[in-house]
Design a protein around this ligand. Structure first.
Ligand code: TXA
Ligand code: MG
Length: 352
């Protein structure tokens, strides 16, 4: 059992000195969780295999799932990856700092092989969060950081989530309040012919990528995932974001969705099961269950992205056994939101 320290860092007044202890611990091989604009990450010096091994151990993460490396500025990149194309440069300039992870051919012997899970590539990003940037600058090393949750659980969007999953298993948590985007970064790979493949939808939308990428072809890897084959993004094959209760998504015309949800809730309650519903703000008054969480307005899907993981964790706290959720449009951030809902539900969708 490790004693987990907690430091508070105010994102609006964040000085590197406040993060001195956390940064020093990182340099000494500790594992420290910190906020980013997407979700909390669990960081360790990406060059130090003993430190990186502790990330996998603390999370219970399979060793074939590589970690994203976080840096504070583009100047750190040259050390880590091989020369890249003008298109890659353009995307970095457009979206960094920000929720875009770019998978690039890695230089040998610069990073712990545990970070890349033996792949010839590494996923890199510059997070857009003052606390993360201060910590990275102060630590002055590339920081490998997956989401700071126990493997399989919803990602943490607040320090309390990290503490509830990992206290006693990690050296510290920098508490910088609630994260902004609420879903993880978009992971892309850029081929030699400049085709951009979205390996995981996230905070940067496909529409935004298209607008920045000019004539480049953009495609999604989600349609070609084959469980039997080695997935392009290893993380995509594991169960993710799952609440303790059984989650079903309900798709169809509004009034039929509400009617189906209510009849399922009523039947489950008769069986003595504790029920919850995840619905858009417009519909919270139309249905009843033991717990109802709002995803915010259907017209503002970034609000749903911001709230999803906290809602799933709230249901766990309340001991909810059965959950039904609305689906959303796949426009903009809706693509990432639907992706996480589907994963949390293990692809259990009922069409009314
Ligand atoms: O927003 C985020 O990306 C957060 C914050 C902390 O930065 N991090 C995060 O990390 O979500 P993680 O480990 O939970 O997810 C990383 C994803 C996984 O699906 C992994 O398989 C993929 O990125 N990935 C990492 N390196 C890769 C590589 N070299 N090739 C393909 N996929 C890679
Ligand atoms: Mg994760």
């Amino acid at each position: 059992m490790t004693r987990t320290k907690v430091w508070t860092a105010d994102p609006s007044n964040c000085q590197e000195d406040n993060l001195a202890e956390a940064a020093l611990l990182l340099q000494q091989g500790a594992v420290v969780a910190f906020p980013t604009e997407t979700v909390y990450g669990l960081g360790a010096d990406a060059r130090n295999s003993a430190a990186v091994a502790r990330i996998f151990e603390a999370k219970g993460r399979p060793s074939d799932n590589p970690l994203i490396v976080h840096i504070a500025s583009q100047t750190q990149l040259e050390e880590l990856v091989l020369p890249y194309s003008q298109l890659v440069q353009k995307l970095m300039d457009a979206f960094w700092p920000g929720p875009l992870t770019i998978v690039l051919p890695v230089r040998s012997n610069r990073l712990s092989p545990l970070v890349t899970a033996q792949l010839p590539t590494v996923g890199v990003r510059i997070p857009d969060h003052p606390v993360a940037l201060s910590l990275l600058r102060k630590a002055d090393c590339p920081v490998a950081a997956p989401s700071a949750n126990r493997s399989g659980k919803p990602s943490p969007t607040a320090a309390e989530h990290v503490i509830s999953d990992l206290t006693g298993r990690i050296d510290g948590v920098v508490d910088g309040g609630v994260t902004g985007v609420g879903l993880e970064s978009t992971v892309i790979e850029v081929a030699e012919d400049d085709t951009v493949t979205i390996l995981r939808p996230g905070g940067v939308t496909e529409e935004e990528l298209r607008a920045a990428a000019g004539d480049a072809r953009i495609k999604s890897a989600l349609t070609v995932i084959d469980e039997a084959a080695a997935p392009r993004s290893p993380g995509m094959k594991y169960t993710h974001y799952a609440p303790d209760g059984q989650l079903q998504l309900v798709q169809g015309e509004q009034s039929s969705v509400m009617a189906y949800m209510q009849s399922e809730v009523d039947a489950a309650r008769k069986r003595g099961e504790k029920t919850a519903l995840l619905v858009f703000e417009e519909n919270t008054g139309l249905v009843h269950a033991d717990c109802i969480a709002s995803l915010g307005s259907r017209e503002q899907l970034q609000e749903g992205a911001h709230r999803l993981y906290a809602a799933l964790r709230y249901f766990d706290q309340e001991g909810i056994e059965r959950i039904w959720s609305e689906c959303c449009s796949r426009q903009g951030i809706g693509e990432a939101l639907m992706n996480r809902l589907l994963k949390a539900a293990g692809n259990n969708v009922f069409h009314v």
